[in-house]
Design a protein around this ligand. Structure first.
Ligand SMILES: [Zn+2]
Length: 428
């Protein structure tokens, strides 16, 4: 008798996932639906990854946006395209909405663009093995966008989206936002009408979400100097623009590189006799000769920070360094705001707890807060001061922003399921 009942228990346990006891019936159905739909979810991801949507490739960004808009419309969402002024040279944003009275009003954040501009070689979506696929934006963040769609699709099939209020906002220039807060005015306005925001930038595995993110901005350094025969460098021609640029960058590194949460990265440098830089294509050109003291140099970089205070203090130090020019050189630096910082807060912590509960109920274990310094900036930061926010809910993987970018296909279904259950609970 004892033997038989334990055998029966074992059979039951084997036929049902561990989490089934903690999830409600509709939640279980949603989880199963997502599992069943994984082949089509992956196929859609492959399709959108294989369309180049580098931030400056406006046509590509819109093509990806239109494909996603079609999916949202199938789920009963109204979609619209938010255009930006021509001067910003960006594709604009996709917004999908549905209105209702049930539960909390959600604001879900993604982005359509990637860091991979058309000028880079195309790396198509490739299944490396049964748990990994590579491709441009597979993780950052077409994986996150498709995750949102797959989660909503499973909820819609069970009619669980009926009467809910959800705004999905996919920006078209997250990786290189133009015009700072200007290009996010509509984004911020719509978020303010919601109760909380969930952002789907890359997840750090199954056990971490993001309560705080650093902000990002950029700087441009221009250096000019006397020029002439190289034999006169260090004497009556002074030091030249290239040595002056080297001095400045090295001083930045020497004096500011050890501060917690602060980083700055020179991403481009040119120097020589004639320096040109095209902002639209991020391309620079120069000519120079070894026997001529270089009269011009140019460098561009970013600056990441955890608070406005830290940002302003760093800029002040950088200006001071720039002003101490070497003889017969002249340098100037300008700063451009990008994305504000999202400082960790209590209201964000309450959202983390909800995700943690869902994860435990699914049998996936706890979810803790990741290190804010470990992440770059994200669109969520534009609205973090107005409503509770959580980020890092997207696809997991490795090597974002590099040609080694991959998505973890083993964890992907769990992350979609976790989001679907979370949305379900928030909208009851
Ligand atoms: Zn991203």
């Amino acid at each position: 008798m004892i033997k038989n009942s334990s055998l029966l228990f074992c059979l039951l346990a084997a036929s049902q996932p561990l989490y089934s006891q903690k999830l409600s019936k509709p939640e279980k159905t949603v989880v199963e639906t997502i599992q069943r739909q994984m082949p089509e979810t992956e196929a859609f991801l492959e399709k959108v990854v294989n369309i180049n949507s580098g931030t400056l490739n406006k046509e590509g960004v819109r093509t990806v946006g239109n494909l996603m808009a079609t999916e949202f419309e199938k789920l009963g969402f109204k979609t619209e395209w938010v255009s930006l002024p021509d001067s910003l040279n960006r594709a604009g944003h996709l917004v999908a909405t549905r209105q209702g009275k049930k539960g909390k009003k959600l604001f879900l954040i993604g982005h359509l663009d990637t860091v991979f501009e058309k000028s880079l070689p195309m790396e198509p979506f490739t299944r490396v093995n049964d748990s990994t696929a590579s491709g441009q934006g597979a993780n950052d963040m077409k994986g996150g966008d498709v995750l949102i769609i797959a989660a909503l699709k499973a909820l819609h099939q069970q009619k669980l989206l009926d009467d809910t209020s959800i705004t999905v906002y996919f920006t078209g220039d997250e990786e290189s936002s133009a015009g700072g807060s200007e290009s996010r005015r509509d984004f911020i306005e719509r978020a303010k009408r919601c109760d909380l925001a969930l952002a789907f930038e890359g997840a750090q595995g199954l056990h971490q979400v993001t309560m705080g993110r650093r902000g990002a901005s950029s700087w441009t350094l221009k250096v000019a100097s006397r020029t002439g025969h190289s034999s006169r460098v260090f004497s009556d021609l002074g030091y030249g623009a290239i040595f002056e640029t080297a001095r400045i960058l090295n001083e930045f590194r020497r004096t500011l590189s050890q501060e917690q949460y602060l980083t700055f990265n020179p991403g481009l440098i040119v120097g020589g006799s004639d320096v040109r830089y095209d902002d639209k294509t991020a391309k620079a050109e120069t000519t120079g000769k070894t026997n001529i003291v270089a009269p011009a140099a140019f460098a561009k970089g970013d600056l990441r920070f955890i608070s406005e205070t830290q940002k302003e203090a760093a800029r002040k130090r950088m200006r001071e360094i720039v002003e101490k020019s070497l003889p017969l050189t002249k340098a100037s630096i300008t700063f451009e705001d990008g994305i504000p910082a999202m400082e960790p807060s209590e209201k964000n912590e309450s959202l983390r707890k909800l995700v943690d509960q869902v994860s435990r109920d699914m049998g996936l274990g706890p979810v803790t807060a990741g290190d804010p310094g470990a992440r770059g900036a994200g669109d969520v930061s534009f609205v973090a001061e107005y409503l509770p926010c959580l980020d890092g809910l997207g696809a997991s993987g490795k090597g974002a922003h590099s040609i080694e970018e991959t998505i973890n296909l083993k964890e992907y279904p769990f992350l979609i399921q976790r989001t679907a259950v979370l949305i379900y609970r928030l909208t009851r």
